[in-house]
Design a protein around this ligand. Sequence first.
Ligand code: MG
Length: 392
Amino acid sequence: MKITKIETHVCNARMRNWVFVKVLTDQPGLHGWGEATLEWHTRGVVGAIEDLAELVVGEDVRRIEHLWQMMYRQHFWHGNGIVRSTAISGIDIALWDIAGKIANMPCCQLWGGRVRDWVRTYCHLGGGRMEDFYETPIEDARRFGELAQQAVADGYTAFKSMAVPPTMPLEGLRPIKRAEAAVAAMRDAVGPDIDIMVDCHARPSPTMGLQFGKALEPFGLYFFEEPCWPESIDGLAMINAAITTPVATGERITDLAYFRELFARRGCEVCQMDIAHCGGLTAARRIAALADSYRIALAPHNPQGPVSTAASLEFGFSQPSYIICETVHADVPWRTDVVSEGFVIDPKGRIVHPNTRPGLGIEINEAEVARHPFQPELPQRVFYRDGSVGDW
Ligand SMILES: [Mg+2]
């Protein structure tokens, strides 16, 4: 059972180009799907997958760990830079899809079987529509409230917002008060039974992240995401220790040793490794084991396309500490035309019932993908009021 070819199928979904990875084998009809979406780095990732294909084409498709070791360690440069790591992830996810198809069982069955009956999901404000989620002005608290109500009307019991504005390393009360008003409007709109998350996108410095965290504490956020740069484990640990709201981070981390440091210094309560970036399902399972030893919850980052979602769900069905699946459903209206899925989403509560098909249970409609060819991602540049560079 040899790998014969690795293809990339790029699908422009407005804000992101979904990079679908198809691993083909010498067995008739046996192929797997992965995803290596990395916004603003699409061409780099596609090239990195071409480079990796030279290592793994001709190899036995069943030796996933061996292939992962080759992709990560061979050709001298370790695979923990974001581009290479994402490329490895896309191939690794496809290899697990194939393993499930060979065994004729869903992937989670390969990892010890289902640990839960269903997986909870959350959405972005606006369902992931770029303008609603990323571009609602922080001054417009009323709009945050409306979008929050819409998420609940769509059946969600949890949603995420970007209610912390780009902030210079030190600012006064202004951004804090605006964030407070936006979160207050959302809480007022949905009441206490709905879980609200705030993603800071690592915009604040540690000291500003702490101020936002303290100000938002009374609203009982489900988690408080990337309150400062992921590079600053000290900053994350300081904030996490100072507030009762659980800090979440991990989407930009691609190195197992870095996760160990983050957990050992208690930089978070929720680990958001991205299965499409961290080295795939092989690496995600290792990170999860580390997180378990610190009783840190798992909520993988997933604003990406449908293969990444299927991978996160299958992983979630196998991981006791997995709490919720991030989903985007309204980024493009033709999302569901691109994929056929093996799981069922209950519109009431937006919980997901298990995949009943082998592997990840998905099939990509290549003709539909071809209708949305690569386009450069829309720029999302941030500058502070004085013209200096800020974090998106
Ligand atoms: Mg985030």
